[in-house]
Design a protein around this ligand. Structure first.
Ligand code: F6P
Length: 373
């Protein structure tokens, strides 16, 4: 009997989502004779039972498109804003799943989506996930789709900033997304030849950055490109966060943990302008004119790179194979050259950060990039 499969995209969009939906859908429908229902706007679509049946016509011509034909949202089934309140809507998800007699729900998303997916798996639903995000911070997979394209976009931006920085003898600080991970800034910074790369995993000191810029000036290079990950922290900020995290970890009751979580949220909310403050500090410390460029959501847009199209297609088609084999509770992950299943239990709640001795960091140091430490 034909299997009935639901599919959704959740969390921030990224290039390659449509390629993954197409890869999964075409393999599921044409090879495995499955029915595929696309839920709209992430988990919200399952809660509200809003979907469209996917067929080969709908899946044609979308390989190269950015965004997602299904729409997305950051809604979590267990904490969903409904009529001015935040409610646990997990039962509504289960109801929709049963109503459509689904055999599996495919959830395409980043770290948050993996956690939501595991919760649903524990409620008895069959789940398969795919790892996407420009941040490349999903555990259990060598790489997420969307990352390669965003790294290319970031690199092109840094290339362009070079010519204007040189012409004006300026410091140009460029902020890239990546949430709490430095992969995107590290990759684009290395590829774009940034003189300074600041990532969350390596706390920095503004004076160290200023000294690297002064040294460049002394060597006759009167411009500098400083690539900063949005989650970067000075040493002092890093210590403050580490202290809050340790106290939350040590907290014995739920209420105490909640207070530390709120303090952490407040810290991050207050730090959103840290790159602007760093830009101003560098101007003061070096006496050199400085400008800030924030790439923001630009990094999430546009057509996927060839690498991401291939990766999304492989992940999507392999997910269809896994479901045909009755393999559930797993994420289709990149392991070496292969796509392999990894238990959701081993993925959810983990973050893949940049190891501070990662080869990209080592190579950066060998070409005299300053990491602010
Ligand atoms: O997770 C992807 C990402 O683009 C992060 O790099 C960034 O911190 C976040 O999403 C931005 O989210 P939003 O689109 O909700 O502002």
């Amino acid at each position: 009997m034909a299997k009935h499969i639901g599919i959704l995209t959740s969390g921030g969009d990224c290039p390659g989502l449509n390629a993954a939906i197409r890869g999964f859908g075409k393999a599921a429908i044409t090879r495995y004779d499955m029915d595929v229902l696309g839920f709209l706007d992430g988990f919200r679509g399952v809660v509200r039972d809003r979907s469209k049946k996917l067929d080969v016509d709908l899946l044609s011509g979308i390989l190269t498109d950015g965004g997602t034909i299904l729409g997305t949202s950051r809604d979590k089934p267990h904490k969903m804003p409904v009529g001015g309140k935040v409610l646990d809507m997990t039962d509504a998800v289960v109801e929709t799943y049963e109503k459509h007699r689904l055999d599996c729900l495919v959830c395409i998303g980043g770290g948050g989506t993996q956690k939501n997916a595991l919760r649903l798996q524990k409620k008895g639903l069959n789940i398969v996930t795919l790892p996407k995000t420009i941040d490349n911070d999903v555990a259990g997979t060598d790489i997420t789709f969307g990352f390669d394209t965003a790294m290319q976009t970031g690199t092109e931006a840094i290339d362009r900033l070079h010519s204007t920085a040189t012409s004006h003898n300026r410091i140009i600080v460029v902020e890239l997304m990546g949430h709490r991970a430095g992969w995107l800034t590290l990759g684009a910074g290395l590829a774009g030849g940034a003189d300074v790369i600041l990532i969350p995993e390596i706390p920095y000191e503004a004076e160290r950055v200023a000294e690297a810029i002064r040294a460049r000036s002394r060597a006759g290079k009167h411009f500098s490109i400083v690539a900063v990950a949005e989650g970067s922290m000075s040493r002092a900020q890093h210590e403050e966060v580490a202290d809050l995290l340790a106290r939350r970890e040590a907290a014995t009751d739920k209420e105490e943990r909640r207070v530390f979580s709120e303090q952490l949220d407040a810290f991050h909310a207050e730090s959103t302008d840290h790159t602007l403050k760093l830009t101003e500090a560098l101007e003061d410390l070096t006496g050199q004119e400085s400008r800030l460029t924030i790439l923001g959501h630009l990094l999430r847009g546009g057509t996927p790179s060839a690498f991401d199209r291939v990766l999304s297609t492989r992940l999507g088609t392999t997910a269809a194979e896994m479901i045909a084999d009755g393999q559930y509770g797993v994420m289709a992950a990149v392991r070496g050259g292969d796509i392999a299943p990894v238990l959701l239990d081993d993925v959810a709640g983990q973050k893949k950060l940049v190891p501070i001795d990662h080869p990209w960091v080592e190579s950066g140091r060998l070409v005299d990039t300053c990491f602010g430490d």
